[in-house]
Every structure is written in structure tokens, then in C-alpha cells.
Design a protein around this ligand. Structure first.
Ligand SMILES: *Cc1c(COP(=O)(O)O)cnc(C)c1O
Length: 397
């Protein structure tokens, strides 16, 4: 754990990504060591007792903590400017734990309507089973936030830019309304990445990630991480994780540490590529709408540029001709892969209405702007010109 006087706290993000949290073993290895161990031995019974009573630092069992996983947690905390972080096995484990560790029967949760499909399942179906009232609002409408937060609430859950329509929520304003309602603001920052957006600086209390996406960024492993104050992480999150066990494998933490080393370079290149592809799509035949936060025609472009450091690596666009035309375009692609994953070095495209958001009713999809002609493209590290040419031939007559 870094102390507050640790010089690594003041390193710039690019340096944090490569060196943050590095805890070398007695062998002085250059790369982060991979500790594939489930348990730990103690020099004496007194040490075991002291560690269990939390009177002495040290590892006890890898469900509780592991040196490789700790390096990943520390690097993420430094990068995000958070006091503490806990890593878990997947993004959904992060979402579930961040909510469940602090909610009780009788609490109220207010969330934006445009969310990753499984996040909506937790908020709409799972939480109400335990006596938690959940309210969904249109995230871009501050009037609705203000009304929903006129009554006290325990948590607010948002995603911005949101999946798949890339709508932008005003983090600072929702945080301000939340504070007045006594609610903690949780931001699912997957689409923006820690490179393009820092929700804690904008007033959020908790940030979380699916590390499966840009943090690994090379299609290898699942992972998740939750970041926040020391009190929240140590007193609420940690006991919940210890006793319910969604632990991140040390091997996967090691893969994620190596992914972080190139995160800024990848996200910068992918966003620059996405900006070029978005401009080309806007001119392509049969494309009625391009939703890209970095483009001036995005409905919340000004807000996006205020709270983000770039336009995103994702693009949503709509085709005339509904599902049939969308499927035809997908099936003609020769380079871009059909996949619902995102943030990968390979460009991936999906049809949200029949995949990630198929669980929602047609009416709800319409309300969210997920039409049958909508496609979501995650731009990878290929040459943008090759992506533009692949899309052009797939969209052609
Ligand atoms: C992928 C994703 C998740 C879930 O992450 P997993 O690692 O797949 O469990 C949650 N939120 C958003 C916005 C995502 O894109």
C-alpha cells in the first residue's frame, strides 16, 4: 500500500501506468512478479493471529488478497487518483459488489436508463427482490434527476458515455444533486476509460471498470475493479469481497498489469482512429446518424468535451433499412469482427438490438434510441483507412 508521502503519488499518469504499485520481490525482477499462490505461511502462530486480527499487515489467503492482485489495485488507485481500489473477477462482479456491499432493504437507488444490459438486470430485477426501490431516469435530462433526487437515496448509478448510444451524463451536476439527496454517485467508466475521464475529480464517490475492456484491451481476460475512498473500500467493499469471494485470479491481474502499461497509448490511438472513422461514416451511403461524442453533431458534444479528454474509442451509427440492412452490412465485413466485446485492439462491431440489449422490450429499446438499424463499433488499433474501406465496401449498394 502506498503511503501519502510516497513519491509515486505525484507521478504523471503515463508513468503510473508503467510503474505504479510495482512491489518487487527479493529477486529484483524487472517485470511484475506473478504470485500464483492460494495461501501464505506464517513464521509463527503469533503472526497468524496478528494478521487475522488486522494488527499486522500481510497476506492471509488469496480470496482476501494477493501480491500480484495488490499491484494491480495500487496501480489503478494511483492512476484514478483514488484512495483505494479492489479488483474482482469481472466487470459485473465489480458492479454487483459496489452496490450490494452498501445497500440494505428499504434503500432507494436512482440510475440512468441507458446502461450495459447486465447492469440493468441488477438494478431492475435483482435489487428489488431484496426490498430496494429502484428508479430509472433519462440520464441526459437534469430535470428528471432533480425530481428523482428530491427524495433521499442511497446510491446513484450511471454510465457515461452510455452503452450503446454514447449519450453523455453531466457527472458534476448529478454528483451535486446526489449529495443533497444523501446519495453516493457510482460511475461505470468503462466507455471513457481512466485515460479520457476521471469521475472522482468531477465529484463521483465511486468509479468502477470492467477491466476486460480497454484495460486488458487485447481480448485475453475478464477482470473488474472498484475505486473510492479508503473508508468505503476498506470498511464496506473489503468485508463483502472477503466473504463472498469474487476474487480476481493472480494470473489475470498480471495480464491486466501488462495491459495497463500501454493503456494510454492504445486509447489515444484508438480514439484518433475512431474520430476518422466517425467522420467517414457520416458521409457513407445509408447512414442516417452517427453518434460520436467527439463530433460537433453529437447532442451533448459540449458537455463531452468539458468532462472528457477525448472523443471515445466507440461509435454508434444508424442505417436505413433496419435489421435486414444492418445484418447485411455486418455479414459483408471482411476485416472488422462481429463481436459484442469492446475496447480491444481489434475493431469489433455489434448489433445491440439483437445482442447486448435483446433482453429489453421493443418499446424500451425505442425509448433508449436502440433502433433495429443501430450498430456499435469499437475501434481498434488497425490503420483507420483499412477500417474505413472495410465499412465502405460493407455499406455499399
Ligand atoms: C462489459 C461491461 C460491463 C461488464 O463487464 P464484464 O467484465 O463483461 O463482466 C459493465 N459495464 C460496461 C459499461 C461494460 O461495457
Amino acid at each position: 500500500m502506498a503511503k501519502t508521502d510516497d513519491p509515486s503519488r505525484s507521478w504523471r499518469p503515463r508513468t503510473q501506468l508503467v510503474r505504479g504499485g510495482l512491489a518487487r520481490s527479493a529477486f529484483g525482477e524487472t517485470a511484475e512478479a506473478l504470485f500464483l499462490t492460494s495461501g501464505y505461511c506464517y513464521p509463527g502462530a503469533e503472526t497468524a493471529e496478528a494478521r487475522f486480527k488486522n494488527q499486522e499487515p500481510g497476506f492471509i489467503y488469496s480470496r482476501y488478497g494477493n501480491p500480484t492482485v495488490s499491484m494491480f489495485e495500487e496501480r489503478m488507485a494511483l492512476l484514478e487518483g483514488a484512495a483505494a481500489a479492489r479488483a474482482v473477477a469481472s466487470g459485473m462482479a465489480a458492479v454487483n459488489a459496489a452496490l450490494m456491499c452498501q445497500l440494505r432493504a428499504g434503500d432507494r437507488v436512482v440510475a440512468s436508463r441507458a446502461l450495459f444490459g447486465s447492469c440493468r438486470y441488477i438494478i431492475e430485477e435483482l435489487l428489488p427482490r431484496f426490498g430496494i426501490e429502484t428508479v430509472l431516469v433519462d440520464g441526459t435530462d437534469l430535470e428528471q434527476w432533480s425530481r428523482a433526487l428530491a427524495k433521499p437515496a442511497r446510491c446513484i448509478f450511471i454510465e457515461t458515455p452510455a452503452n450503446p448510444t454514447l449519450e453523455i451524463i453531466d457527472i458534476a451536476e448529478v454528483a451535486r444533486l446526489g449529495r443533497a439527496a444523501g446519495a453516493r454517485l457510482i460511475v461505470d467508466n468503462v466507455f471513457a476509460t481512466p485515460v479520457l475521464q476521471r469521475p472522482l475529480e468531477l465529484g463521483a464517490d465511486i468509479t468502477l471498470y470492467s477491466a476486460t475492456k480497454h484495460i486488458d484491451g487485447q481480448g485475453r481476460t475478464l477482470g473488474g475493479v472498484v475505486l473510492g475512498s479508503a473508508a468505503f473500500i476498506n470498511d464496506e467493499m473489503t468485508p463483502y469481497l472477503r466473504h463472498t469471494g469474487p476474487s480476481l485470479s493472480p494470473f489475470n491481474a498480471w495480464v491486466l498489469l501488462k495491459g495497463l502499461e500501454t493503456l494510454e497509448l492504445r486509447v489515444a490511438a484508438m480514439s484518433a482512429g475512431a474520430a476518422q472513422v466517425a467522420d467517414a461514416l457520416a458521409e457513407a451511403p445509408g447512414v442516417t446518424r452517427v453518434l460520436y461524442p467527439g463530433r460537433k453533431d453529437h447532442p451533448q458534444h459540449a458537455l463531452a468535451m468539458r468532462q472528457m479528454r477525448g472523443g471515445s474509442t466507440l461509435i454508434a451509427f444508424e442505417l436505413t433499412g433496419g435489421k435486414e440492412r444492418a445484418f447485411r452490412a455486418l455479414n459483408r465485413l471482411k476485416l472488422i469482427d462481429i463481436s459484442n466485446n469492446l475496447g480491444d485492439s481489434k475493431s469489433l462491431i455489434t448489433h445491440p438490438a439483437t445482442t447486448t440489449h435483446q433482453r429489453l422490450s421493443a418499446e424500451e429499446r425505442q425509448r433508449l434510441g436502440i433502433s433495429d438499424g443501430l450498430l456499435r463499433l469499437s475501434v481498434g488499433l488497425e490503420d483507420p483507412q483499412d477500417l474505413i474501406e472495410d465499412l465502405a465496401q460493407a455499406l455499399g449498394a
